[in-house]
Design a protein around this ligand. Structure first.
Ligand code: ARG
Length: 460
């Protein structure tokens, strides 16, 4: 026999390289708090059903608490020979409290432990992500209220299309994030199910009470099936797919922020503290934060594909493959939390360059649709109105003048249905104010939508 935890049936120690190759302590150490929490709940349950005596349970619980403090003080030296966080903590427990520490693992397997640990860890992670998401959404809503009257060009195909309000644009972002947050909360329900009691794969002959353990750990319920409880990682895949959609949205926002800070657009200013300079070009101020968030999207997509591929051919129940779930999952959490934090800190400090936005909205014939709609209100069929305005635009391109810069005489060359009141219609303010229905870009609608969004967040 060897010194290892499972050494009983072995006749030689693990090859040194294999020990290092198969160890997970390098990355699963961050689960220590959740591992200890799970162990305390397990021991407490074992005492309640009479498998441990109250004294044994008390010694284990105290010992685990002391180990947690030791780890927090940085006093624990993780051992690769002890492979993972579970065995590192268990070995330390027995070192501290003696043989009774060896009773903790009664009716339990590391397979249950790791499945439990990552669910507890991810549950905390999800709550942290939800709170950063809420913070970002609040920032967008406040900025949107401030910029409800600010007119900018709205684009399709990145070509000037119609004037919109900047507040409306920002609330489009907040809608995307609202759906992301709903997906996150939905995924949380399936994370919050307890594997403990699976005892590796088949359940255990000890008279355990899984409802007690589940309640102690704040799980909604014990998992229904012991084989499934220890083996599937679909809940982690769900989280990475939520994260992929979120990063896709953050990346789209990033792209727009980068464009808007470019001198070609010059729509917004990002404060210096969210930008960096160039080591060679003294004039540069680069929008690094949105660029980096856009770039980080790729690794999150990659993690989702990693986990999907990791699971795709695994026979029931647990396989060592599953050890590969942690790094992608942890990095997804870190990346999403960091990106959200950067955005939530940055958005309140965005300054809209309102004059530049208005100037741009006046270029590119953004009110052409308004002129067509005006003609329709005077009885012309929309297709004919479209054609008439097309001619006016062609004339404007030739003259290098916007529709609003033409005289009434000039405009009437294209249709005698055009009257003096057209100039109100062709203003940016008139154009956006006219789109005054739920979901429209009118400033009043933006203010109402911001109020609704604020109230929805208050009851979240
Ligand atoms: N380090 C393992 C993992 O991350 C823990 C479970 C190991 N179980 C086992 N039977 N080898 O999945």
């Amino acid at each position: 026999s060897t010194h290892q935890t499972w050494g009983g049936r072995f006749s030689e120690p693990t090859d040194a390289f294999v020990a290092a190759f198969t160890a997970s302590i390098g990355f699963d150490q961050r689960l220590y708090r959740h591992d200890i929490r799970g162990s305390i709940a397990h021991a407490t349950m074992l005492a309640r059903v009479g498998v441990l005596t109250p004294d044994e349970c008390a010694a284990i619980v105290t010992g685990l608490g002391e180990i947690e403090a030791e780890i927090e003080r940085g006093e624990i030296e993780w051992s690769v020979a002890l492979e993972d966080i579970h065995m590192n903590i268990e070995a330390r427990l027995t070192e501290r409290i003696g043989t009774v520490g060896k009773k903790l693992h009664t009716g339990r397997s590391r397979n249950d432990q790791i499945a439990t640990d990552i669910r507890l860890y991810l549950r905390d992670g999800i709550d942290a992500v939800a709170s950063e998401l809420t913070r970002l959404r609040r920032a967008l809503i406040e900025l949107a209220s401030r910029e409800a009257d600010t007119v900018m060009p709205g684009f399709t195909h990145l070509q000037s299309a119609q004037p919109v309000t900047f507040g409306h644009h920002l609330l489009a972002w907040q809608e995307m994030l609202d759906r992301d947050q709903q997906r996150l909360l939905d995924a949380r329900k399936r994370v919050n199910v307890m594997p403990l009691g699976a005892a590796a794969l088949a359940g255990t002959s000890y008279p355990i009470d899984r409802h007690v353990t589940a309640e102690l750990l704040g799980f909604e319920r014990p998992a229904e099936n012991s084989l499934d409880a220890v083996s599937d990682r679909d809940f982690a895949i769900e989280f990475t797919s939520f994260a992929s959609l979120l990063m896709m949205h953050l990346s789209r926002m990033s792209e727009e922020l980068v464009l808007w800070t470019s001198a070609r657009f010059d729509f917004i200013d990002l404060p210096d503290r969210f930008c960096t300079g160039s080591s060679i070009m003294p004039q540069k101020k680069n929008p690094d934060v949105p660029e980096l968030v856009r770039g980080k999207t790729g690794r999150v997509y990659g993690h989702m594909i990693s986990l999907l591929t990791l699971m795709k051919s695994q026979p029931l129940a647990y396989n060592k493959d599953n050890q590969e779930d942690k790094e992608p999952l942890f990095d997804t959490l870190d990346t999403v939390l960091g990106s959200l934090r950067a955005f939530a800190d940055m958005m309140p400090a965005v300054v809209a360059k309102r004059d530049n936005m208005a100037l741009a909205a006046r270029q590119g014939f953004a009110t052409a649709t308004d002129l067509a709609d005006y003609l329709v209100r005077r009885g012309i069929a929309f297709r004919d109105a479209h054609e008439i305005v097309g001619h006016a635009v062609a004339y404007g391109i030739e003259q290098d003048r916007d529709l609003s810069q033409m005289s009434l005489d000039e405009l009437q060359r294209f249709s005698d249905h055009i009257g003096e009141d057209i100039f109100e219609v062709l203003t940016l303010e008139g154009s956006v104010a006219a789109r005054n229905h739920i979901g429209g870009t009118a400033p009043d609608q933006v203010r109402a939508a911001a109020d609704r969004a604020r109230r929805a967040l208050d009851v979240l």
